[in-house]
Design a protein around this ligand. Structure first.
Ligand code: DP6
Length: 339
């Protein structure tokens, strides 16, 4: 039997990926840019094993069997890795051998926090190690599992370049700056209680491309300008600029979700209260010290500098006490991960 175990971190986008130009290859309509989080707090861990005795590919996610052979995205990732191994004649075992894959998240899946990003990044990385092709360009393969997964293969600040070619070979993630570049940048995750089932990111962005006018404007005009400006802000450690761009992009992404027909509503009342809280906090301290961003769900990711973590946590506990209606489930301080 051959066996490999890997871990992969979560990433949270400052400039969101939203909309595909190719559903199958997962090619986006805009660049996106994210921060990779520390694996201590949130990561996916995957063990992949190959053996002659295995009858079929089986995958277990958090202890439950999930479809693998019936999952076109997972099978595409596997095929791509196998092709690389075949091309390099690096096979450690016969290509026909079936796999057993066990994957776990060390954070609540119900929180809906970028679990597919860490999950697919980890799957691709584990498969690459198993088939002995780990030195290859893997972001273009992870992208085909889940778009945002391509950004979890690097630490620090990562940009997914949308690329132009139809075969997706130039749609890859590249590092913008390593985590050492801005070590005192921190993230707080505010998990907001929410029982309602949301439209998945995959479905939500598909509907947006079909029905939203705003999405075209964002992809064509706003994202290119914002991406250039945020890269500059990262290079210069300009937190206020980074914060403003991040918040504007999150707001515009959710405006697109509402511009979708029928609309996708991802944020709830507590999410909106967090937005208000952040702007009020920044106003009260007379400086932009805090930024929010929301993915396709009600949970908030707050960006701030390490020196402000304790004052912000105290203010959050004060504004969102645990017994109140507008409470947040838990709050964590998470530094950016290194590779
Ligand atoms: C809002 O990567 O989950 O988190 O490619 O269809 O699997 P698929 O979508 P996914 O979308 C993530 C969307 C987002 C923004 C982001 O992470 O950039």
């Amino acid at each position: 039997m051959f066996i490999e175990t890997c871990i992969a971190p979560v990433n949270i986008a400052l400039i969101k990926y939203w909309g595909k130009r190719d559903e199958e290859l997962i090619l986006p309509i805009n660049d996106s840019l994210s921060v990779t989080l520390s694996t201590d707090e949130m990561c996916a861990k995957t063990t992949a094993a190959a053996a002659s005795s295995f009858k079929r590919h089986i995958m277990w996610l958090n202890g439950e069997e999930v479809p693998f052979e019936q999952n076109p995205r997972a099978m595409r990732c596997l095929k791509e890795i196998q092709q690389l191994a075949l091309a390099k004649e690096q096979l450690k075992f016969p290509i026909e051998w079936k796999l057993h894959i066990v994957s776990r998240n060390n954070f609540p899946t119900a929180a809906g926090l970028a679990s597919s990003a860490a999950g697919y990044a980890c799957l691709v990385y584990a498969l690459a190690h198993l088939y002995g092709v780990q030195k290859e360009e893997l972001t273009a393969i992870a992208r085909q599992g889940s778009g945002s997964a391509c950004r979890s293969l690097y630490g620090g600040f990562v940009r997914w370049h949308m690329g132009k070619s139809n075969d997706g070979t130039d749609s890859i993630a590249l590092p913008v700056a390593p985590c050492e570049h801005w070590q005192d940048l921190h993230v707080l995750i505010l998990v907001v209680n929410d029982a309602r089932k949301k439209t998945s990111s995959t479905k939500g962005m598909q509907l947006a491309v079909e029905t939203s006018d705003l999405i075209k404007y964002r992809a064509q005009y706003c994202v290119p300008q914002r991406t250039a400006a945020i890269v500059d802000a990262i290079k210069k450690h300009d937190f206020a600029k980074l914060a403003e761009i991040t918040m504007r992009d999150s707001n515009q992404f959710h405006a697109i979700a509402l511009d979708t027909y029928p609309p996708c509503v991802y944020m709830n009342d507590v999410s909106h209260a967090i937005v208000e809280f952040v702007h009020a906090f920044n106003k009260a301290v007379g400086e932009v010290k805090l930024a929010y961003t929301f993915d396709a769900g009600p949970n908030a990711c707050l960006y701030l500098l390490e020196r402000d973590v304790s004052i912000v946590l105290a203010a959050i506990k004060n504004s969102f006490p645990n017994d109140a209606e507008q409470s947040v489930e838990y709050v964590k301080g998470i530094p950016i991960a290194c590779d």
